[in-house]
Design a protein around this ligand. Structure first.
Ligand code: PLP
Length: 400
């Protein structure tokens, strides 16, 4: 018997989580598995984060709080936007939720009417489309190929906008491609949006601090201040401070939209755990050296992986500018046969063989609405990454 309504039946569980669980199961059965499927830093947050959380627990008074988040955390977020992004927001223009993911849930829950369209440039993060669908919206995927640096052009955007378009979903640095938009590229998109006042923008900036070379990060809000009253900037502590499990994301936008998101919070989770909020305050206001060190670690790893991947014949790879993934084109290997005699029909089959036969867990491009690719997380130790590249090379070499 199915318990699912039409909306639940229309979406799938997060593919990267499902693959990570499959990899864990194989490992628990004794298989030698390198799991590069999930996107989370492989190191601990700075010590003052845990200390702040323990201190909050000791102090007691862990009760329900404001759905928007503690005033002191919102002040820290306001300060972050000012000092890091040059953006002016007041505390009633920011809010916190259980991860950036929940903010997207709140956004689409609160704003989409049935059939409203959300433009999603692809390759895109696995969850965008399903969160839109779950709330009655229609994801409109626009393919942004490697030749375009995996980025949306103004012409593509213009051609995709219809009277039903409600949101444009942007993500820079991008998961999975690592592409970063420049201010100029954003401004070209903004010129198009100026002609379409009904279209709102979500800018997912969660990888803001994971920069792998000298390409700078630009906040959409800074590049396009003229769109301030219809832009929601989404960010969080998961990636910058290695706090994925703490579940704390935040957003900044026009007061009326933030107030609507808070209404969603008040009727769903009530508030984010005050313990996680105390930890986030420590992360945002404490010593920021950790953030730069993390980025340098990822940059070193990205370089190692890029060097190894360049030696593998038959795959295509553009080195990422940000985030912590290697997005690898395997299109040219389709139709080849595995050692077991199976014809590789798509990236899902490729990823399955890579896991089952070579013990390397990746996420197939289909999960990012980008067939023909696989994604490897580079959030792993250098020896693990070396070994992972070796496994990929072995698989490619084994194909007939
Ligand atoms: N946005 C992107 C592009 C992501 O890659 C992720 C997590 O992988 C999220 C949002 C979710 O972040 P959070 O942990 O804050 O929910």
């Amino acid at each position: 018997m199915s318990f699912e309504n039409r909306r639940a039946a229309g979406i799938k569980s997060s593919p990267s989580m499902a693959i990570a669980m499959a990899a864990k199961k194989l490992a628990s059965e004794g298989r030698d598995i390198i799991d590069l499927s999930l996107g989370e830093p492989d190191f601990e947050p700075p010590p003052h984060v845990a200390e702040a959380a323990v201190e909050a627990i000791r102090k007691g008074g862990i009760r329900y709080g404001a759905p928007a988040g503690m005033e002191s955390l919102r002040q820290a977020i306001v300060k972050k936007f000012k000092t890091e992004n040059g953006l002016d927001y007041s505390t009633d223009e920011v809010m916190v939720a259980n991860g950036a993911k929940q903010i997207l849930f709140d956004v689409f829950l609160a704003t989409l009417e049935a059939g409203d369209e959300v433009i999603i440039p692809t390759p895109c993060w696995v969850s965008y489309g399903d969160i839109v669908s779950l709330h009655g919206g229609t994801p409109v995927y626009l393919t942004c190929g490697a030749d375009a640096g995996f980025k949306l052009s103004a012409e593509q955007l213009e051609a995709a906008i219809t009277p039903k378009t409600r949101w444009l979903m942007l993500n820079s640095p991008s998961n999975p491609t690592g592409a970063i938009y420049s201010g100029e590229e954003y401004r070209k998109l903004a010129d198009v949006l100026a002609r379409h006042p009904r279209v709102l923008v979500v800018s997912d900036e969660i990888y803001e601090h994971v920069l792998l070379n000298d390409k700078p990060f630009v906040s959409f809000g800074k590049a396009c201040p003229q769109l301030r009253d219809r832009t929601l900037i989404v960010n969080g502590v998961s990636k910058a401070y290695a706090m994925t499990g703490w579940r704390l994301g935040y957003a900044a936008g026009p007061k009326a939209l933030i107030s609507t998101l808070n209404k969603m919070q008040s009727q769903s989770v009530s508030c984010v755990s005050p313990v996680a909020q105390a930890a986030a305050i420590a992360a945002l206001t404490g010593d920021q050296a950790f953030v730069g060190e993390g980025a340098r670690t990822f940059a070193r790893r990205a370089k190692i992986v890029a060097g190894r991947l360049a030696e593998i014949e038959g795959i295509d790879f553009i080195a990422p500018d940000g985030a912590f993934y290697a997005f690898i084109g395997v299109q040219r290997l389709m139709g080849r046969k595995t050692a077991e005699g199976d014809v590789l029909g798509d990236d899902t089959a490729f990823a399955a063989c890579l896991l089952q036969t070579f013990g390397l867990s990746s996420v197939p491009g289909a999960a990012f609405a980008a067939p023909g690719f696989i994604r490897l997380s580079i959030a792993a130790s250098e020896p693990e990454l070396e070994s992972a590249c070796e496994r990929l090379a072995n698989m490619v070499r084994s194909l007939k």
